[in-house]
Design a protein around this ligand. Structure first.
Ligand code: NAD
Length: 290
C-alpha cells in the first residue's frame, strides 16, 4: 500500500520502519525534520498525504492532531483512510473524524499500547474506533505493526478504551508501589511479597509483568534504573486525559483523580520527569505518613 506516516518520533519511526519492512511504499513527514531509511521524505504533511491510501499520524497531542488534520484532509483522496494512532482526548478524535468523513475519507482513532518496545518489535495492541470499512482496510497494517487490533465502536471509542485502560494501570501501579513500601517497613522481603501477590488476588500486570521492585519478577525498567519503558510524564498525560473525559461525561473517578494528582506531583515537583512510571516505588520508599 501507499502509506504516509506523519510524526516520526519514538513511536512513529519504528512503526514506519516495520511498514517499510513489510514491503509498503512509505512517505514520511516530521516537523522536526526527522528522516528514516526506506521512508521517502516529504516537504510537508499535505505533500506526504497526497495520493496515499492510508495516512497514519503519530503525534504528541490533540491540538497538534487537529492542526495536522486540517492540513492533510484536503490533500487526501476521497476513500482513503486517516488512521490516527496518537493518544489524544476523545473530543479531538471525534472532531477530526467528523471533518475527515465530511471530506469523504474513512477515519479511525487507533491509539496503541505496548510502548516503544512494542512499536519496534511490531507487537503493539491497537484499540480502534471509527469506520468499520476503514478498520477492515487497515487490518493488514495492524498485523504488521502489532499483535492485536480490537474494534471498539464509533469514533473516539479507541481513545476511550485507551484512557480507561491506562487509568487502571496508573492506579494499580501506585497501589503496587505503596504496598511494596509498606511491606519493606513490615520486614517482608520483596521476593516473598512478589511470590505471594503475583499468585494471589492482589496480582495485576503492574506486579506480574512490570514489577516495580528491582531484582524481582521478570526484567522490567526497575532493573535498569527506572529508565523508561513508559515514562511517568506519559502516564500523567493519559491520566489527565481520563480526568478530562470523566469531567465531560460526569463520571465519578476518585482513584483516577488521585493517581493523576500523585503523578503530577511526582513529575512536576519530585524529579520524576523522564523516569519510568514504576519509579513510584523509590518515591514511596523514601516517605513516611506525614
Ligand atoms: P514523540 O514526541 O517522540 O514523537 C512525536 C513526533 O511528532 C515528534 O517527532 C515531533 O517532531 C512530531 N511532530 C510534532 N508536531 C508535528 C507536526 N505538526 N507535524 C509533523 N510532525 C510533528 O512522541 P512518541 O513517544 O512517539 O508518542 C507519540 C504518541 O504516541 C503520543 O500521543 C503518545 O502519547 C503515544 N504513545 C506513546 C507511547 C510511548 O511509550 N512513547 C506509548 C503509547 C502511546
Amino acid at each position: 500500500m501507499k502509506i504516509a506516516v506523519i510524526g516520526l518520533g519514538h513511536m512513529g519511526a519504528p512503526m514506519a520502519a516495520n511498514l517499510v519492512g513489510a514491503g509498503h511504499e512509505v512517505t514520511g513527514f516530521d516537523a522536526a525534520g526527522v528522516t528514516l531509511a526506506g521512508v521517502s521524505p516529504a516537504p510537508s504533511a499535505a505533500a506526504a498525504a497526497t495520493g496515499a491510501e492510508v495516512v497514519l499520524t503519530m503525534l504528541p497531542d490533540g491540538a497538534i492532531l487537529r492542526r495536522v488534520a486540517a492540513e492533510v484532509i484536503p490533500a487526501m483522496t476521497p476513500g482513503a483512510v486517516l488512521l490516527d494512532c496518537s493518544t489524544v482526548d476523545v473530543d479531538s478524535a471525534r472532531a477530526v473524524a467528523a471533518q475527515a468523513e465530511a471530506a469523504g475519507l474513512l477515519a479511525l482513532d487507533a491509539p496503541v499500547s505496548g510502548g516503544v518496545g512494542g512499536a519496534s518489535a511490531g507487537t503493539l495492541t491497537f484499540m480502534v474506533g471509527g469506520s468499520e470499512a476503514g478498520f477492515a482496510r487497515s487490518r493488514p497494517l495492524f498485523e504488521v505493526m502489532g499483535q492485536k487490533a480490537v474494534f471498539c465502536g464509533p469514533s473516539g471509542n479507541g481513545q476511550a478504551a485507551k484512557i480507561c485502560n491506562n487509568m487502571i494501570l496508573g492506579v494499580t501501579m501506585i497501589a503496587t508501589c505503596e504496598a511494596f513500601a509498606l511491606a519493606d517497613k513490615l520486614g517482608l522481603s520483596r521476593q516473598a511479597m512478589y511470590d505471594v501477590v503475583s499468585t494471589s488476588s492482589g496480582s495485576s500486570w503492574s506486579m506480574n509483568v512490570y514489577c516495580p521492585a528491582p531484582g524481582v519478577g521478570p526484567a522490567s525498567p526497575a532493573d535498569r534504573g527506572y529508565v523508561p519503558g513508559f515514562s511517568a510524564d506519559l502516564m500523567l498525560k493519559d491520566l489527565r486525559l481520563s480526568q478530562q473525559a470523566a469531567e465531560l461525561a460526569d463520571a465519578d473517578t476518585p482513584m483516577g483523580a488521585r493517581a493523576a494528582d500523585l503523578y503530577r506531583v511526582f513529575v512536576e515537583e519530585e524529579n520524576g520527569r523522564g523516569r519510568d512510571f514504576s519509579a513510584m516505588l523509590p518515591r514511596f520508599e523514601r516517605r513516611g505518613r506525614s
